[in-house]
Structures are given as C-alpha cells and as structure tokens.
Ligand binder design. Structure first.
Ligand code: SF4
Length: 475
C-alpha cells in the first residue's frame, strides 16, 4: 500500500521528516517559473520527505530507545506497526518485501505482539497515543484471528486515547468478510484501502486482481457497515492512464460516498518492475509531469466541487469521521513508536529504523531485544523543520509562529521568496500565514524544501555561520 508514505520513505531510504533539500538548491529550484506555474513551476517535483541529518547513528541504540520511551516529548504521539507481506508484487510498487505465506504471517504476528507488549509495559501510565497505523505491505493478508489478536494486543498494551484513530491498510483481494469483522470487533475505526485506479484494464496491467465492479462493491460493503471511516488511495500518472480515466476514478469515490480519499502521484522507482516493463515496451511511458499536474488539479477540483475538505496535500475528507491523524502527526515530526520489521519511528526528534529483515527481527524479539537497525540523533533544527513541513502540509504556515522559534527577522528573510511564489500563483498570503493554491499543492515538496533552505540559511547567518551549526545534510 502507499498510504503511509512517511514510513515507506523511512524504510526504503532511511530518511525522515518532510521536505528539505539534500544539498543547497539552485535558484531555479527555489524561485518558481511564472510561465506555467501548475505544469512547470520547478524543473522536477520534490517529494514530501526530508533527508536525515548527517550524523553518526547513536551508539547503543537500544539503551537510547529505552531512555526515550520513559522520557516522552510534548505533543501528540502515534504508533506504527509494519506488516511487510503481500500476496503479489504490484507493478508500480517499490515497497514489496515478503510473500504472504500464512504460516510465516502467523509467526510474525506473534513476534509483533511481543514487541508491542514489551514497550507497552514501559509506557504504562504515560500520556495517550492518539493514532495507531497498521501499514505494509498488506496488513489485511493476516488471518482474521491474527488481525483480532494483534489489534486487541495493541489496545491492551498501549495507553490509547479514547478517540484514538486506529487505521488498518488493506487491499480488496483476500480481505474477506471475517477479516473485516475481526478488525471492527477488535477496534479498528479506519480502513485505508489501496485502490490506485478503478479502471479494470489498468488495474490488471498493474497486478491488481479485482475488477472495477468488485472494487466498488467492496468499498460499498465497508461503507454500509457504518462502523469505521473508509478511505481509499488513488494514483495519478499511471502508464496508459488518461485524464478521462482519472476523472472517472475521482468521480467514483465521490459517488461511492466514502469518508475520504488520498490522491498520490506515481513515483517511478528506477529499479522497480514498472520501470522495467516500460523500458521493455510492455507498457507506455507514464504521463509527463505537466499532465500529472493537470490530473492533480482536476482531482482537487472534482473533490472541492463536491464539498470535500482538503486536509493535507494528498488527503480529502467528505465526513468528519475522516481525520487522517496518523499522517498529519508523522509529517509534523511528532513521536511515533515503531513496531515490526522495517518500521520507522521518531522519539524526541530522534529517527528510529527497525531491522528490516523479518527473520532477524523475529530472532531479536525472541532474544528479548528491540530490533533497532539505527537510531539517529535529533536535528538541532527539528522544531523549525517540523513547523515548515507540518504548516505547509496542512495548508496554513503561520510565519508569526516561525518568528517565535527563529527570531524576529525571519519574515523579512522569507519575504522575497514568499512574494515571488505569490506572484507565480503558487501561494497566497492570509494574515500572517501563507497558504498553498492549487499549483502550490502540486509542488508542495518543492515549496517545503525551498522555504526550509531560506529559513536555515537565515538561522545560519543569525548564528554567524553559513549554515546553522550542526545542521548538515545527506547527499
Ligand atoms: S500490496 Fe502491492 S502496493 Fe501494497 S505494498 Fe504490496 S506490492 Fe506494494
């Protein structure tokens, strides 16, 4: 699935946070082209992820992790559980790890529960966890009994808030009625279903088994239970996808009346099976960047015409049931407890990556360890990075708040950039805040990186050095 982009990036690239430059950006990557702001504001589209701070991982990470667990940071806290198993490798996906063998999955679920219960014993009496996310991979590949036991173990072991958002990612194939019921009985209150496209022909070419009719019927059956938020992922920029196919996909979500939808642009993994199929000529090349921008804008227009609320760059809600809390917390650099092979987390600004080899993960759990692959020190600019990333991601970056963190001259330092983006039609000023417009939403990763660069350069100048002390970037 692609719903949890934050954890996907963490697993595949060891990166954290959201949207900063790996190296100082050239002016044309910071200032926008005004000729065609939607289709060509910048030479390439930046992702909404941020490189890690370049620093050696912490020595003795398990001890550092245990210490961080008993010393929670202020703010919201979430938990992420990774289920890195899939029935098949979807062509477009760079996150496939392990085949979904039932016996292996059952064994893995037992180790995952031990991981949660062990940390939960330390967390007893602490402030609440506001969002839990079961991602993958395909969590719905677990058996009904394992799904029930795992969700129940999380609810028993972790100090969940009474209104905790508990999301489970799933795909239609194999998500049987008994599994859905087991999830609901155990307390899942949000389903995130990977649809990508409803178009049957395109689905089959991408490795998705269910037809349009089956996909729609599945979402209707979840919706009609009326016991949990139902959201789905759609992708634009797929090979062979036309604007009409995309319009129909978004309109289908509106017609289905589910609670929310996520619109993601295709990321073509250069070593992935989709890139190989395109290179062989088995599939057409994906739409060009300008066409993708048009698709994003059309999707936004359809949803807003239908009265859906725009929550973050990729998320829209029709009902108040959809909150997308986990994704918002992840982008704001809040604490996130990681569980499972390859899971990524964050405690006090320190990025944590767990062992991504499932056998090694299970061995280390059996040996009583927290299977940490690496834990990175907190960036000295973690708060300011989180302010930029979270503000833009939720569509309202309050510059007064930035000045409270970075000093009274920050707004003046940002003015030339902000004014240029406003002239280019990427953003608008609203009081002391800036808000992305449609083109700005599409190029949000670039805005985040550019704004962060100017902010960090300003901090560096204020501190008397070209870059803020201790804040280095990975190339
Ligand atoms: S189910 Fe498909 S899209 Fe989801 S993680 Fe597995 S391979 Fe990727």
């Amino acid at each position: 699935m692609i719903g949890d982009q934050f954890n996907r990036m963490a697993e595949t690239e060891g990166r954290d946070e959201c949207g900063g430059p790996a190296r100082p950006l050239s002016p044309e990557r910071v200032f926008a082209s005004t000729a065609d702001p939607l289709g060509a504001a910048f030479p390439a589209r930046g992702g909404t992820h941020m490189p890690t701070v370049q620093a050696p991982p912490l020595a003795e990470p398990e001890a550092a992790y245990r210490q961080a667990l008993v010393d929670p940071s202020p703010g919201k806290r979430s938990a992420y559980l990774h289920i890195p198993f899939c029935a098949n490798h979807c062509l477009f996906c760079g996150f496939y790890r392990n085949p979904a063998d039932p016996a292996v999955l059952h064994d893995y679920a037992g180790h995952l529960m031990r991981d949660v219960e062990r940390d939960g014993a330390v967390l007893a009496g602490q402030g609440p966890v506001h969002a839990v996310y079961f991602g993958g991979g395909t969590p719905s590949a677990l058996s009904a009994d394992d799904l029930f036991a795992l969700v129940e173990a999380v609810r028993a072991a972790l100090p969940l808030a009474p209104d905790c958002e508990i999301t489970l990612e799933g795909r239609i194939a194999g998500f049987t009625t008994d599994k859905v019921e087991a999830c609901l009985e155990a307390g899942v209150n949000r389903f995130s279903i990977g649809i990508q496209t409803f178009d049957t022909g395109l689905r089959r070419r991408l490795g998705r088994k269910a037809s349009r009719e089956e996909a729609e019927a599945f979402l209707r059956s979840l919706r009609d239970r009326d016991r949990a938020a139902v959201v789905c992922d759609l992708m634009f920029g797929l090979p062979g996808q036309t604007m009409e196919m995309w319009r129909r996909d978004v309109a289908t979500c509106v017609a289905l009346g589910i609670d929310g939808v996520d619109l993601y642009g295709l990321s073509l993994f250069s070593k992935g099976p989709l890139a190989a199929s395109i290179a062989k000529g088995a599939l057409p090349p994906p739409p060009a960047l300008g066409e993708m921008a048009g698709m994003y804008a059309r999707g936004l227009e359809i949803l807003e015409d239908a009265g859906w609320r725009h929550l973050t760059q990729a998320h829209w809600a029709r009902t108040t049931r959809e909150r997308t809390l986990y994704n918002q917390f992840a982008r704001s650099g809040a604490d996130c407890l990681p569980f499972g092979a390859g899971a990524g987390g964050m405690l006090g600004g320190r990025r944590i990556m767990l062992d991504s080899d499932r056998l090694s993960y299970c061995r280390r759990i059996s040996a009583g360890q927290k299977p940490i692959a690496a834990m990175l020190p907190a960036s000295p600019t973690h708060r300011i990075r989180s302010w930029v990333a979270a503000g833009l991601e939720t569509g309202h970056l309050d510059l007064d708040e930035g000045e409270r963190m970075a000093g009274p001259r920050l707004r003046a330092a940002l003015d030339p950039l902000v004014d240029q983006w406003a002239r280019a039609g990427l953003i608008r000023r609203r009081g002391a805040a800036i808000q992305p417009l449609t083109a700005g939403w599409f190029w949000l990763g670039n805005l985040t990186a550019g704004l962060l660069q100017v902010t960090l350069d300003h901090l560096g100048r204020e501190a008397g050095s070209p870059r803020h002390e201790g804040d280095h970037h990975v190339h």
